[in-house]
Design a protein. Structure first.
Length: 712
């Protein structure tokens, strides 16, 4: 199936190339119609136009221009000495053109071309004339004369190594053997021609070969192979848009015969009727009597007799002797079934007479002798070619020996030169090794310095983390103090309530005791509430300090942002009790839990909040009237992303600083108060670790806003 598809694609490509020739044909037509230039140039232009039209299968147009070309010829064969090589080739091609409309004229023109080529000692023209004459004999039913001329054409074509004439001669020899019922021998020649398909100048030749191969396989009973090749021929005819009724009719008839053998009479009738509609005189008879056979098989005897008679008459008109034999055979069967013995005997005698003349033992002996002779000539030419190749190879071997001797001498000279160079290179290598050792020592020093730098960087990063942890610890200490105070106060209050409850019970005042127990229960719930608050703070601290495995997990982003805002604030106030700021939160409650690495995001939030408090504290120390430090944390969704904004109303960031703010080790804080790694690490965590983005917007005097964007 794959081979079949590839073949069909190649056929389609061939059709595209053929259609590309149309502009050249149009140009030739214009030149011929204008009739400018000397007669010789006009004759050459006409020859090229006829060849192009013939190659495209446009036989009607080729015939029209052939009539004009004939005007340039000498009036008779008595003046063959005046015929040049261009005219001889033109005569050969003209004989091939006429074979589809007037075989008698085609044979006469081909003989004239052969006579002129022989007189002019023009081998190419002679081979062309022999091939055309042989094909005309084949179409005229003179199969043994056809085989004689075609075999001679093949021999001469091989002598002059004309691949186009070799390929087409092989095609026509194969078709002739097929007409003589020698189907395997015909296939041998047809497949040899198929291997040379690129040499065909006549575009219908390729589908003609495929159609004939399909016909041979059908006659041999190999129906699958026959279908494959006839379908290929049909596809090529359609893709190339060939206007060649003889080829289309031939292939349609074979396809109809195949469908009849496959038990598909309806399909067979359709193929035969399409072939008959083309009215091609070469294949009209076989299409009609093949249709008659199908009608006979389905019981339509009147239609069968009608088309059998038409097939017989048209086969006689086209001089297709093998077709006349088959048509007579069908008529004999039909008249026997009608009990018309006289008519059956009449057609039987005609068929036997033609069969005896065509397939007599003498003719078959000639056929075998011709085949053997052709093979002997072919093998002799192969032997001569092989001998020439051997002599050529021997000469090449001698040249190689002389070349090797010269190369050996050159090698010795080169060896001496190389020995001198090696000594010099050894000296240079010693110097190079010394330089290499020096470079290695320098590289080791550089690597040691790089390692020391990396160690220092790691220590600075750890210092930044420890500073962040210290600020977090101070905030946690302040934050955890409130729930612990509540726990202590309510615990002491509960002890007093327990004593009062005991006293009320001992006095028998149960109502008062019940009220005291209710208060005791309320206090206990508050103790539990503040204990859980302290527990959550401790868990948060442990989680922040843990190295983590980088696994994302569902996290309440709003709670995380609120918690680290307050931890940062209290941590900052632990260093300066006089500092106060307004904390503003605006959380989007629809965000819910988000898949993220909470340890990483908490570090980023803590760092951004610390920087925000540092900025507003710095502006507060400037003594601006009415200034109230404020840090705002906002969460929201935007364009399919989760956004966290940390905004302050500090002094803002100048453009020159803002462009470098995420660079490692860049800081605006005084020496000892910052490492310059906080924002750099935060940027890496957001962009590389979480696939998000961290940007800053600021105006001098208008505060700053750091925006975290995380993918959902």
């Amino acid at each position: 199936m794959l081979l079949r598809k590839i073949t069909l694609l190649c056929l389609l490509f061939s059709g595209i190339l053929l259609r590309a020739q149309t502009p050249e044909i149009d140009s030739l037509k214009r030149n011929v119609q204008q009739g400018l230039g000397p007669a010789e140039q006009r004759k050459i232009a006409l020859s090229r136009l006829i060849d192009s039209l013939y190659a495209r299968g446009e036989l009607d147009s080729a015939m029209v221009y052939s009539m004009k070309w004939l005007a340039f010829l000498p009036p008779s064969t008595d003046t063959v000495s005046q015929v040049d090589s261009i005219t001889i080739v033109g005569l050969g091609n003209l004989g091939a053109t006429y074979q589809f409309v007037d075989l008698d004229s085609a044979i006469q023109i081909s003989r004239r071309a052969l006579q002129a080529a022989s007189h002019s000692n023009f081998p190419t023209g002679k081979a062309l004339a022999l091939r055309t004459l042989g094909e005309n004999y084949r179409l005229n039913g003179e199969l043994f004369q056809a085989l004689e001329k075609l075999t001679e054409a093949l021999r001469l074509s091989r002598e002059i190594n004309n691949q186009e004439l070799i390929s087409t001669s092989l095609v026509f020899i194969g078709a002739t053997y097929s007409g003589l019922n020698e189907y395997q021998l015909g296939l041998d020649y047809l497949f040899e021609a198929l291997a040379l398909k690129d040499k065909f100048n006549f575009s219908p030749m390729y589908p003609f070969v495929l159609a004939n191969i399909g016909y041979c396989y059908m006659k041999m009973g190999k129906l699958d192979s026959a279908l494959y090749y006839t379908d290929g021929a049909a596809h090529l005819i359609e893709s190339q848009q060939l206007k060649f009724s003889s080829l289309s009719s031939l292939n349609l008839t074979t396809q109809g015969q195949l469908q009849a053998l496959l038990g598909q009479p309806a399909k067979a009738i359709d193929y035969f009727q399409r072939s008959i509609a083309l009215k091609d005189y070469l294949n009209l008879g076989i299409s009609q009597y093949s249709l008659a056979e199908v009608f006979r098989s389905v019981g339509q005897l009147d239609s069968a007799l009608y088309y059998a008679r038409l097939g017989y008459l048209n086969s006689q008109r086209s001089r297709q002797k093998t077709q006349v034999i088959d048509a007579s055979r069908i008529l004999v069967q039909l008249f026997k079934e009608r009990r018309n013995a006289d008519s059956a005997l009449y057609y039987q005698s005609i068929g036997l007479a033609i069969r005896d003349s065509l397939f007599s033992p003498a003719n078959f002996n000639k056929l075998k002798l011709a085949a053997v002779k052709e093979q002997q000539v072919y093998f002799k030419s192969l032997q001569e070619k092989e001998k020439a190749e051997q002599e050529k190879k021997a000469l090449a071997d001698r040249i190689k020996i002389y070349g090797l001797m010269m190369a050996l001498g050159a090698f010795l000279l080169f060896a001496l030169f190389l020995f001198r160079n090696i000594r010099q290179k050894q000296k240079a290598n010693r110097l190079l090794q010394e330089q290499k050792d020096e470079a290695g020592w320098q590289r080791e020093k550089a690597e040691a310095a790089l390692q020391e730098l990396k160690t220092t960087q790691a220590q600075l990063i750890q210092s930044e983390k420890m500073a962040s942890l210290g600020e977090l610890t101070a905030g946690i200490a302040h934050e955890i103090q409130n729930p612990l105070n509540f726990v202590n106060n309510f615990s002491e209050l509960n002890n007093e309530l327990i004593d009062e409850t005991r006293a009320a019970i001992s006095c028998g005042n149960l109502a008062e005791a019940g009220e005291l127990l209710g208060s005791l229960q309320t206090n206990q719930e508050k103790i539990n509430q503040h204990g859980r608050r302290a527990e959550s703070i401790v868990k948060g601290m442990l989680q922040h300090s843990r190295a983590g495995n980088g696994t994302k997990e569902p996290t309440d982003l709003n709670q995380l942002a609120d918690e680290y805002l307050r931890l940062s604030y209290h941590g900052y106030r632990a260093n300066d009790k006089s500092f106060n700021a307004s904390l503003v939160t605006d959380f989007d409650q629809s965000i819910g839990k988000v898949m993220l690495v909470s340890q990483d995001i908490s570090r980023v939030l803590l760092n951004l909040c610390n920087n925000a408090f540092y900025a507003v504290h710095a502006r507060a120390r400037m003594g601006v009237d009415g200034y109230v430090p404020q840090v705002r944390v906002t969460t929201y969704r935007q364009d399919g992303k989760i956004c966290i904004s940390v905004q302050d109303n500090g002094p803002g960031i100048p453009d020159a600083i803002r462009q470098k703010i995420f660079q490692p080790f860049f800081t605006t804080k005084p020496t000892g108060q910052g490492t310059g790694l906080g924002l750099s690490l935060s940027y890496d965590i957001i962009t590389r670790g979480n696939g998000g983005n961290l940007t800053v917007r600021s105006t001098v005097g208008g505060g700053a806003e750091f925006l975290i964007e995380l993918p959902v």
